[in-house]
Design a protein around this ligand. Sequence first.
Ligand SMILES: [Fe+2]
Ligand SMILES: [Fe+2]
Length: 195
Amino acid sequence: MRAQIEALKAAIGRLPRGLAEHVERVVAEADRLAAGFKELDREQVELAAWGHDIARALSHQELLARAQKFGLEVSPVEEEAPILLHGPVGAEILRQEYGIDDAEVLAAARFHSTGRAGMSFVEKVIFVADKIEPGKVRAKTALARVRELADRDLDAAILEYLDQMAMVASEENWSLHPLAIAARNERLLTRRWGE
Ligand SMILES: [Fe+2]
Ligand SMILES: [Fe+2]
């Protein structure tokens, strides 16, 4: 796993500077969050953090072309906003080009922007770390609330983020990804009825 981390680190270093710095901050946040949970494998979390945005610099056309090449199903929402494909396409790149076969690492990359119902612990840590790294909180101050919650309750942080996303989607008239809706519904239902 260490060799895969080193290969990804080098690849991230070749990405546009702002993106590479975001990834570095996500690695730091994910490690900070993971440190609080003994059951988490810190190396697995580190690998997922380095890999999560491997496809983030691809253009919309490239994302659509890669999705087709990889045989990924592209939903109407993704067709409208191909940037949503950078997680699924990135996961395929990690699998096929970096030889990563850890299912949790691949899922963490795949679902890091939408979330999904039934996220594993590693997926939750990457999802949240991606949203609360200081660069994003500076750019979008409402994320400070997500950051605050993350230290006590990862699930509450996820729900807060998805609530914010739903609100912005409704204000700005954009579609919500079906996986994000499912993730939010799951969080609301478990909060009401217990897990
Ligand atoms: Fe991303
Ligand atoms: Fe990211």
